[in-house]
Design a protein around this ligand. Structure first.
Ligand code: ZN
Length: 503
């Protein structure tokens, strides 16, 4: 009696034992497969995530009045390394710390949402900054903030600038640099666009439509900037003006190009050599910075630039120099507007350059011929006005060659220069033509405001000796406003030359 019972009992024990061994083995296998940081789960209860304390450090910077705050967290899920500047001025300090706090909180929140679904997701957050100094004593701080999570290939990168006069505590803005003047803003917009198109590192990667939106003359488009003794720099987050693959874009406008529009106190320091090859910034060396410095290395040879002229301006009294300006009209010919423009120009005996579209020359051959016979210069503006940087070489060649061909057929004269639509040009576009490429330095934005009075306003605010003025002979307002523009320029002592005469 006892024996069978004992047998039965030992059979139960055997079963329990086997099950126990099996589950232990399974558990051991499970542990072996799982990442090591979850071994603490062997205790059986679900481990609570406990954030580790943040280490805050403070060091002196190389810049008087500025200290660097370093916050580090070695938390497993949400590690971060954050550096930011602080001064003795509380408003500035609060502005910066609010920005930092918002980013840090957003990062922790994002992490919580992700780990609620998947325990294993880990994040990364880095904020580093550069300090750039202007001789006026003003500081620009540029913060590079990048974050990512292990479950997402694409991280986020954002650039944000802060500005401080360390003496007064004043936080200057881009509008302060340009005296809150809208005409100057418009000139800045043009210069920035030009600089973007000239930037070697962005070539073939530009997002043309985005560039036009983000450089429109509105102060908030220019908020992310830094001022040095050589240049004004503008920062764009990745995938804003150029493809994501090229990262953030840093566009450099040499200060000598901003002469006359940037306020006096931010002008070039006197007796400072104006060397465009100098590195525009002297960033503090710090780790974790991913923003690349895109220095302007070369300038477009063909580009109508006032480079030599403007460096001489400092010594040469302007009154003694014969001032020249090139008027240019794009996108025509147009049966009504071009005719009217020809009449206005004839009254002033002014010669201009017309960048024509091949398709319109084909449509209005007599008009194209009339422009030539009136003594104006003809330029090539492609057949259909595409963004050439987005076409393959073969199509680019055809756009340009067919237009040159029809201009010559119809007028008997060759186009003397080439202007790419939207000013969008790169090496492979240039390689498709022998014609010199002509851009502009004064953008009247006539296509946008369609306002005859505004045409004069913008010319007044931006023209200088050697300028090339961009207009369009397809807008009635341009024809209507031209008389005033010519009167003004004559009164200012300008002579009108064609684009090739300006070179
Ligand atoms: Zn055009």
């Amino acid at each position: 009696m006892k024996r069978p019972r004992r047998k039965a009992r030992s059979a139960w024990i055997d079963i329990i034992f086997s099950v126990a061994i099996l589950s232990l083995t399974a558990f051991a296998v499970f542990l072996f497969m799982k990442p090591t940081d979850h071994q603490s789960n062997a205790s059986g209860k679900k481990e609570e995530h406990r954030p580790v304390p943040v280490i805050v450090d403070q060091i002196a910077s190389n810049y008087p009045g500025i200290k660097i705050i370093i916050e580090t967290s070695n938390d497993k899920r949400t590690p971060f390394a954050i550096q930011y500047p602080q001064s003795i001025h509380s408003e500035f300090n609060e502005e910066v710390t609010k920005y930092i706090t918002d980013i840090r909180e957003q990062y922790i929140n994002d992490s919580e949402k992700k780990t609620a679904k998947n325990d294993d997701v880990t994040g990364e957050l880095n904020i580093a900054f550069e300090t750039l100094l202007h001789h006026s004593g003003n500081y620009s701080f540029v913060l590079f903030n990048s974050s990512s999570f292990s479950d997402d290939q694409n991280g986020v990168m954002e650039i944000r600038s802060f500005h401080l006069n360390p003496e007064t505590g004043e936080r200057f803005t881009i509008a302060d640099l340009f005296a809150h003047d809208l005409e100057k803003l418009s000139a800045l917009s043009t210069l920035l666009r030009e600089a973007i198109y000239e930037d070697e590192s962005l070539k073939n990667h530009l997002l043309i439509d985005e560039i036009h939106l983000r450089t429109e003359p509105s102060w908030r488009n220019f908020n992310n900037f830094a001022l040095t003794d050589e240049a004004l720099l503008f920062y764009f987050d990745p995938a804003t003006i150029a493809e994501e693959s090229v990262g953030p874009a840093i566009i450099n406008i040499p200060l000598d190009r901003l002469k006359g529009i940037i306020s006096d106190e931010y002008q070039l320091p006197e007796h400072q050599p104006q060397n465009q090859d100098t590195d525009a910034s002297n960033p503090i060396d710090h780790n974790g910075k991913e923003g690349k410095q895109s220095e302007k290395v070369e300038r477009d040879d063909e580009k109508v630039s006032d480079d030599q002229d403007s460096t001489k301006d400092a010594e040469t009294p302007i009154e003694n120099v014969e001032k020249k300006v090139a008027l240019t009209f794009d996108d025509g010919p147009d049966p009504k507007v071009t005719k009217q423009i020809l009449e206005v120009l004839a009254r002033h005996d002014a010669k201009a350059t017309f960048f024509m579209l091949g398709s319109r020359v084909e449509y209005y051959p007599e008009l194209a011929k009339a422009v030539m016979e009136a003594g104006h210069e003809l330029g090539n503006h492609t057949w259909n006005h595409p963004d050439l940087t987005k076409l393959n070489a073969d199509r680019v060649r055809k756009e340009i060659a067919n237009t040159s061909k029809i201009i010559e057929e119809v007028t008997g004269e060759q186009a003397k220069s080439f202007r790419p639509p939207y000013g969008a040009v790169n090496q492979s576009v240039r390689a498709q033509t022998d014609l010199p490429v002509t851009l502009w330095d004064v953008d009247t934005l006539d296509w946008k405001h369609r306002n005859a009075n505004k045409l004069l306003e913008i010319v007044k605010g931006n023209v200088k000796d050697g300028s090339t003025i961009l207009m369009h002979d397809i807008h009635q307002s341009t024809a209507d406003g031209l008389e005033d523009v010519l009167n003004y320029l004559e009164a200012e002592g300008y002579t009108f030359v064609t684009v090739s005469e300006l070179d």
